[in-house]
Design a protein around this ligand. Structure first.
Ligand code: NCD
Length: 305
């Protein structure tokens, strides 16, 4: 039985197969409309979510399966003190696959250890968010036609942003990726991640100014400042509007650069940028649904002829 806790639980070749499957699902939805008939997905969300939960649920519904779950820890037995390991044991009796989001780093790993059904990590604290990373990789591959040889700028809260941590990890496995990290000094990429890049001999640069690097980027991955992971409100208020991507800044970028964002956006991309054909963050949401369909089918080891 297989789980996805971090993106590198899948090899580069397995990811290629997954993205090909997602593309085929987008082109031929009818072919896959019944593949999960009789199967149930449980979504166990102990933290707020719009996209990830609804996208995972829609993915299961598109495959002909059924969904159940909770979207708020307060409405589950967690509020009575039940542990994640007990909850997942119980869910394993009801569902065929579980998607879990939890504020604590490592919660999905604990769930996987005690589960008898595949577990999808939909975000564990500031640690990893593999299905967002699959979404990001599938989006880049679809827009650019490749996952190698480009310069990616990651901008905003690089310290607490789990989507950033997962994406760096995942892209580090491809040839010719150059990372440019743009953040206020307080929100730099954690050392444990840059140390890994250094060990592997992967190039990265760190900047405070977005303007300075804009012309060099092939992809710009914007992120929101993660208010819920700050220790005090004062720091959040000081840093929340550090970067605002607007049409003026977009003029400095290449014509074939794309802007991605895991969403939700707060102020870091002004709405006027949405009209720019290089703004890909809503298309990214669409790609995310197909990649989750492919993931569910793969974890359940289902096939179509
Ligand atoms: C992200 C998350 O939850 O980490 N959202 C998402 O799943 N698309 C990013 C964020 O909350 O900023």
């Amino acid at each position: 039985m297989r789980h996805i806790i971090k993106p590198d639980d899948f090899s580069v070749q397995e990811l290629e197969d997954l993205f090909d499957l997602a593309t085929d699902m987008e082109r031929n939805p009818d072919k896959y409309a019944h593949v999960c008939e009789g199967k149930k997905l449980a979504t166990c969300f102990y933290e707020p979510s719009t996209r990830t939960r609804l996208s995972t649920e829609t993915a299961m519904l598109n495959l002909g399966g059924k969904i159940m779950g909770f979207s708020d820890a307060g409405s589950s037995s967690a509020s009575k003190g039940e542990s994640v390991s007990d909850t997942i044991r119980v869910i394993s009796c009801f569902a065929d696959i579980a998607a879990i989001r939890h504020p604590k780093e490592g919660a999905a790993t604990v769930a996987a250890m005690h589960s008898t059904i595949p577990v999808i990590n939909c975000g564990d604290g500031g640690h990893q968010h593999p299905t967002q990373t699959l979404t990001d990789l599938h989006t880049i591959r679809s827009l650019k036609g490749r996952l190698s040889n480009f310069t990616i700028g990651l901008c905003g809260d690089l310290k607490f942003g789990r989507t950033v941590h997962s994406l760096i990890n995942a892209l580090a496995r491809y040839e010719g990726i150059r990372f440019i990290f743009i953040s206020p000094p307080e929100l730099r990429v954690p050392d444990y991640i840059t140390e890994k890049l250094e060990e592997k001999g992967i190039r990265y640069e760190e900047y405070i100014s977005l303007d300075d690097v804009m012309p060099r980027l092939d992809i710009l991955y914007m992120t929101r400042v993660q208010r819920e992971r700050f220790f005090n409100e004062e720091d959040y208020v000081r840093l929340k509007d550090f970067y605002i991507l607007d049409t003026e800044r977009m003029k400095k970028a290449k014509n074939d650069m794309f802007v991605l964002h895991p969403l939700p956006r707060v102020n870091e991309i002004s709405v006027e940028v949405d009209r720019d054909p290089r703004a890909a963050y809503f298309r990214q949401v669409q790609y995310g649904m197909y990649v989750r369909m492919a993931l569910i089918m793969t974890l359940l080891e289902l096939h179509v002829d």
